[in-house]
Design a protein around this ligand. Structure first.
Ligand code: PLP
Length: 392
């Protein structure tokens, strides 16, 4: 299986068939598992073996199929699924950090990730230093002997800055710190994050893995040692288990993820090309756009620019709202990675909680609109976005 290409792994990896030989993966909608003998129960509580289960909060066969399939794709030794992306992020940081530890994180984080590092961790005695993630000197300056972890999003939301994962990992590892990467925007299809130096990779499965807007989920990938000795003990007792039904949705989502992400990224690139020099826009932000300040770095880390494009409209909030209200195919929603193209105005929605100064520091202008490119025909999408820009 290690020689299979990603697309084959996404269809076949992790399958566990019951005695019926069902072709499509079964949903084991069960909380508990029956033992044949008292001795077997005792042995499983001492240590459950491969594919042995005791309680669905600890593990479930459908959830395990999802974990094994995404681990095969990522090239990780092991994985642990969670009820949401935020359960994966919080479970990772809470399980590895103790009062008195120090963590360095990139400032440009998904809102809830920022809340965890800025508000919850300090409350529990973990010291946090936030840095400009694109500045390797800032990472180095922030590191301390007691720095336990660094945390970053490979591509930031919504301004699509690219962080040098090789560079940050080299610095972090000099200090013995664990490199934790939230890789939602880059996707496992376009970036080999562990090979770039990261130790732990996290996905909100809610995004491209489901890819059809149905349920929440998350997953944490890393070494067997990290997943079993650090992540699992914390998370099986605190309880953010992924439901077997949702795990099944994610498992089936993985089968088509490579095709979907590639189609979405192709449409994103076509849209970016069609909007070059557009009179209504001051910037078209995309990691593979010719004027992206980190284009060279992006091309050494990723094999495509991703599925999200951010547009900075010249007319500020009023123009952004006119643009959003004029869209006919692209739907207004703050989700991303969906089959449906979605647009959101970060300054008044996902990043509303920040002060104007904080938004400015992150490059979130009043004219910025984030567009997650879906599976519609790219010509239709380009026409819809062009006519809405005319209205702006
Ligand atoms: C959506 C998202 C999350 C949180 O995932 P949920 O499944 O909504 O809990 C975390 N990080 C990034 C980058 C995201 O896009």
């Amino acid at each position: 299986m290690t020689e299979w290409t990603p697309r084959t792994k996404l269809v076949h990896a992790g399958i566990k068939r019951s005695q019926y030989g069902e072709l499509s993966e079964a949903i084991f909608l069960t909380q508990g598992f029956a033992y044949d003998t008292a001795e077997q129960a005792e042995a499983r509580f001492i240590e459950a073996g491969e594919d042995e289960y005791v309680y669905a909060r600890y593990g479930n066969p459908t959830v395990r199929m999802f974990e094994e399939r995404i681990a095969a794709l990522e090239g990780a030794e092991d994985a642990f699924a969670t009820a949401s992306g935020m359960a994966a992020v919080s479970g990772t940081l809470f399980s590895m950090l103790s009062a008195g530890d120090h963590i360095v994180a990139a400032r440009a984080l998904f809102g809830s990730c920022l809340f965890i590092v800025q508000t919850i961790l300090p409350k529990w005695g973990v010291e946090v230093t936030l840095v400009d993630g694109t500045d390797l000197n800032a990472w180095r300056a922030a590191m301390r002997p007691d720095t336990k972890a660094v945390f970053l999003e490979a591509i930031s939301n919504p301004t699509l800055e690219v962080i040098d994962i090789r560079g940050v990992s080299a610095i972090a590892h000099e200090f013995g710190a664990t490199v934790v990467v939230d890789n939602v925007f880059a996707t496992p299809i376009f970036q080999r994050t562990l090979e770039l130096g990261a130790d732990v990779v996290i996905y909100s499965a809610t995004k491209h893995i489901d890819g059809q807007g149905r349920c929440l989920g998350g997953v944490v990938l890393g070494t067997k040692e990290f997943i079993r000795k650090t992540f699992e003990p914390f998370n099986k007792h605190t309880g953010p288990a992924l439901s077997p039904f949702n795990a099944w949705i994610m498992l089936k989502g993985l089968e088509t993820m490579d095709l979907r992400c590639r189609a979405q990224a192709d449409s994103a690139a076509a849209l970016v090309e069609s909007l070059q020099g557009h009179a209504k826009l001051c910037r078209v932000i995309f990691p593979f756009a010719p004027d992206h300040p980190q284009l060279k770095l992006a091309k050494t880390q990723m094999t495509a620019g991703g599925t999200v494009v951010s547009l900075d409209l010249k007319g500020g909030k009023a123009a952004a709202f006119r643009f959003l209200n004029a869209l006919e195919i692209v739907t207004m929603s703050n989700n991303l990675g969906d089959a449906k193209s979605l647009a959101t105005h970060p300054a008044t929605t996902t990043h509303q909680r920040l002060t104007a100064e904080e938004r400015q520091a992150l490059g979130i202008t009043d004219g910025l609109v984030r567009v997650s490119i879906g599976l519609e025909d790219s010509g239709d999408l380009i026409r819809d976005i062009s006519q809405a820009l005319d209205e702006a």
